[in-house]
Design a protein around this ligand. Structure first.
Ligand code: UDP
Ligand code: MG
Length: 324
């Protein structure tokens, strides 16, 4: 099978028939063999019923139904697990992404040799209140991760099958899939300008709180990519420095007092000096950080998941599973 389309849908019943007709047109015109995996993320409208109807007419239309609303990341993850095509393409269900992009995305993966091609909505048809934060957000992620993409969170993306089988998208991590992909060892990441349209039916499923969540997730992603294998480098390093500074200040306070006393000069109690309390707090926080790093290391060692390495190929070994 050439292509698996993975499409998360949360209350998108209105858009689906039009979307499917468009996808079928593009797929047939290019002679692709394909499947469309809709993941109904606990919709409360007719979405699931609509998917079932569409499946009756075309067996290539498939569906996964969540018992409740788990979010876009979970939907993508389940779609990735089920996908069988050589190239896996994700898109939104709301007709904002155009199926016309599929052939070129497919070509870029199969012939261009890319692992991930991420869409870039150069001309965005979203409210301004969404475009500006998004620019800022993308610039931050670009800086922090060194991945040169303009539009990390674009719903339209194409992957080599092996890539989607190697990443775990959870929480709200769908915004950082390129970061996860890079972390999994796939470096051929690029972008393609894509057409974007205003939402035709229904409304956006995200409000202002997405910004808050987005930044918290950025911290998680950075932590996961940089320090998950070695929490001690982060916490232990900071902790040691704090502890040392605290210790040095304490020494200074005590020695100063002794010298003044030795010379018969007037002295303040050590406990009367703000500096001493600062030193105390620093030393305590230092120890806390150190312990956090140590616990992190212990948990890292316990969890088999963290220590799983992705196997790309094998020669004459039977008990290892290649991750594709
Ligand atoms: N979506 C989902 N689960 C959710 C929220 C959104 O599966 O909890 C889907 C939604 O149906 C759509 C895609 O994710 O296909 C993008 O959502 P939306 O269009 O609301 O986001 P926006 O375009 O405003 O960024
Ligand atoms: Mg949308």
């Amino acid at each position: 099978m050439n292509i698996s389309l993975v499409i998360p849908a949360y209350n998108e019943a209105q858009s689906l028939p039009e979307l499917v007709a468009w996808i079928e047109r593009v797929m047939d015109a290019n002679g692709f063999t394909y499947e469309v995996i809709f993941v109904d993320d606990g919709s409360t409208d007719n979405t699931w019923w609509t998917i079932a109807k569409l499946h009756e007419k075309n067996a290539a239309i498939k569906g996964i139904l969540f018992r409740r609303n788990y979010g876009k990341s979970a939907a993508l993850y389940s779609g990735f697990e089920a996908a069988q095509g050589d190239v896996v393409i994700t898109m939104d269900a709301d007709l904002q992404d155009s199926p016309e992009e599929i052939p070129e995305l497919y070509r870029m993966i199969t012939e261009g040799g890319y692992d991930l091609v991420s869409g870039w909505k150069k001309e965005r048809h979203d409210p301004r209140g969404k475009r500006w934060p998004s620019k800022f957000f993308n610039a931050t992620v670009r800086r922090m991760t060194g991945i040169r993409l303009h539009d990390f969170n674009c719903g339209l993306k194409a992957y080599r099958k092996k890539v989607v089988k190697s990443i775990e998208v959870f929480g709200e991590m769908h915004r950082y899939i390129p970061v996860l992909v890079k972390k999994a060892g796939f470096n051929r990441i690029t972008e393609k300008e894509v057409h974007h349209q205003a939402r035709k039916y229904g409304c956006s499923k995200y409000g202002w709180e997405r910004m808050m969540k987005g930044y918290l997730d950025l911290l998680t992603v950075l932590f996961i990519t940089r320090f998950s294998k070695s929490p001690m480098y982060l916490f232990g390093g900071g902790g040691t420095i704090m502890f040392l500074i605290g210790g040095l200040i304490t020494l200074y306070v005590v020695i100063r007092k002794l010298i003044l006393q030795g010379n018969g000069l007037p002295v303040r109690d050590v406990t009367d000096q703000p500096l001493f309390f600062l030193a105390l707090v620093m030393a305590l926080i230092g120890v806390q950080l150190f312990i956090a790093g140590f616990l992190g290391e212990l948990i890292g060692r316990e969890s088999a998941d963290r220590n799983r390495y992705l196997i790309d190929d094998k020669i004459d070994i039977d008990n290892i599973k290649i991750s594709d």
